[in-house]
Design a protein around this ligand. Structure first.
Ligand SMILES: Cc1ncc(COP(=O)(O)O)c(C=O)c1O
Ligand SMILES: N[C@@H](CCOP(=O)(O)O)C(=O)O
Length: 547
């Protein structure tokens, strides 16, 4: 299915396809507003652009660098340069740090990329401030000259009203609310697993007083919430009635905006380190759940950034680590892991009923939704060996991915994938699995060594980084991504640091969080059932725009 707007004016990296082969040749605007493809797949550009001049970006400010990178994926005919600059400037002016994502030196050749200086104190702000402004930009343009509040039925004179529905294990929700609260023509409904997010995360979301925001506590896990969101997008009736928008990393704009900080931190490293120069290789270590953050690193690498390896750091919900060790992608570990590497079994329960609850709750995810995008790249490189043209390769890759995902849905997993596919994946990625006791130990050891307080997700990353340094040595610098502020996870941080000399949690607590939990909460509990959620969303939109 080709989109008329994409002819002539777009490069191959500015038009998009579905990972399952159903859509082809779509514009950036279509992809951002649709979120998920009609065939259930995720959107990807036809090609990842090679940034031949990336070294010339080394002294750019964060917004100027973002403009260079985003322009490779967004045609000027869709968003003129001045407009894109405006969207970017507005998005990063809300950050507390001048550099937006500063790089801290932990010790030796280990650096921490602090991604938590945005309004909601996690890395999600880096993309969701941008996505919020992007939605607003497209809606203002679509609704120019249109009167009234907008309707549910699709009549040409009506305003376009976006019903944003998102699933969160705590951080996407508050970042999406910060990005969209009070915006015209947008309703925001956020689903979180009841009782499985931290008290501060819950308070951040449920204390929002804006009328266009609705919080739903689902009696289930994060994966249940993610499944409900996907079911809504996949239901033609719901799509006809509501114009659904996605804030999860299924939305390609999320991945796109996250590419920027890989380049930015690389250049920061070259400025900070006397031994590292632009052109040298670096390892990025990324605490991983839905695979969105590290996928952005993969894009940066494919665009030309000198990356030695991308290290996936999982908590005890280790589907990704098991894939890289065995080639099987399975919700539940199979018995008798005879495959290479085997499974580490340090007391982890089998995933009978979904993800295990850990001290890094935002990563308590059984199925990593963005892994499908990596699978598409792996499949397309595998089929390319047949020597056919790009269009054939892309379609073929779509079929391969659709078959894998069908097995995941119907049989709970697939694999082992072909050896060549796994070997190819291992060229760019390594993986580490970090248990709760190890997470606590690293928070404690880091505090004792340099007085720095890590959040538990960041600690999963730093633990993996230390193992990676142990195996490759100090000569390759490691940038470990710090994905959240420690104050969001008081329970784990206090558990690790109680009794440590000089430690006082109040000292790490930002002013905004003081008394936050005492504020009035606006939240409704709903059953784990997509039709119930659909009805609640429709009611909320009707309340805002009329039936
Ligand atoms: C604090 C934190 N760290 C890490 C992650 C994992 O990121 P991703 O889902 O992009 O892999 C998440 C959420 O997913 C998070 O909220
Ligand atoms: N950890 C996330 C889970 C959702 O991931 P997303 O990146 O796909 O939005 C959260 O905090 O909600």
């Amino acid at each position: 299915m080709a989109d008329n707007t994409t002819e002539q004016t777009h490069t191959e990296s500015q038009i998009f396809l579905s990972t399952r082969g159903g859509d082809y040749g779509l514009s950036f605007e279509t992809v951002v507003l649709k979120g998920l493809a009609a065939d259930g797949g995720l959107f990807l550009p036809h090609r990842i652009p090679t940034a031949n001049d990336w070294q010339s970006w080394k002294d750019l400010s964060y917004p100027d660098l973002a403009f260079q990178i985003l322009s490779l994926y967004i045609a000027r005919s869709e968003i003129p340069a001045e407009d894109l600059k405006g969207i970017i400037d507005r998005s990063y002016s809300t950050f507390r740090a001048e550099e937006v994502t500063p790089l801290a030196h932990l010790h030796d050749n280990l650096y921490l990329l602090e991604l938590f200086h945005g309004p909601s104190y996690s890395f999600k702000d880096c993309a969701l401030q941008f996505l919020g402004n992007l939605f607003e930009y497209f809606l203002v343009r679509k609704n120019e000259g249109k009167e009234g509040k907008g309707q549910l039925a699709d009549r040409p004179a009506d305003r376009h009203h976006l019903a944003v529905v998102g699933a969160t294990s705590g951080d996407t929700g508050s970042a999406a609310i910060e990005g969209l609260r009070g915006k015209k023509d947008v309703t925001v409904v956020i689903l979180h697993p009841k009782g499985r997010i931290s008290p501060i995360q819950e308070a951040q979301m449920t204390s929002c007083p804006d009328a266009n925001v609705l919080n739903l506590a689902v009696t289930g896990t994060f994966d249940d919430c993610q499944d409900i969101v996907k079911a809504l997008f996949n239901d033609p009736e719901t799509n006809k009635k509501l114009k659904l928008g996605a804030v999860n990393s299924i939305n390609f704009a999320r991945i796109l905006a996250q590419i920027v900080y890989y380049f930015y931190s690389y250049f920061s490293l070259a400025k900070k380190s006397s031994t590292f120069k632009v052109g040298d290789k670096v390892r990025f270590v990324v605490p991983t759940g839905n695979f969105g953050d590290i996928l952005a690193g993969y894009f940066a690498y494919r665009m030309g950034l000198p990356v030695d390896k991308l290290v996936i750091a999982t908590n005890e919900n280790d589907i990704l680590d098991r894939f890289f060790k065995t080639g099987r992608y399975e919700k539940k570990p199979a018995h008798g892991h005879e495959a290479e590497g085997g499974l580490k079994k340090d007391g982890v329960e089998a995933h009978e009923d979904g993800a295990k609850e850990t001290l890094s709750p935002a990563m308590d995810i059984l199925v990593s939704s963005n892994f499908e995008r990596l699978l598409w790249f792996l499949a397309s490189e595998f089929v390319a060996t047949a020597g056919m043209d790009d269009e054939w390769n892309n379609k073929q890759a779509g079929q391969e991915v659709a078959a894998w995902l069908k097995d995941l849905k119907t049989k709970g997993g697939f694999g082992p994938v072909y050896k060549d596919v796994l070997d190819n994946a291992r060229k760019s990625f390594e993986s580490e699995r970090v248990s709760d006791p190890q997470t606590l130990e690293t928070i404690k050891a880091t505090y004792q060594k340099i007085g720095y307080v890590l959040d538990p997700h960041t600690s999963v990353g730093v633990t993996a980084a230390l193992r990676s340094i142990n195996s490759v040595g100090q000569s390759v610098p490691h940038i470990s991504l710090s994905t959240a502020h420690p104050a969001k996870f008081a329970g784990a941080v206090e558990l690790a640091l109680k009794g440590e000399q000089g430690f006082d949690f109040a000292k790490v607590l930002p002013q905004e969080f003081v008394e936050l939990e005492k504020k009035e909460k606006r939240v409704s509990t709903v059953n784990n059932d997509w039709q119930t959620v659909r009805d609640v969303v429709i009611k909320q939109v009707e309340k805002e725009v009329g039936a």
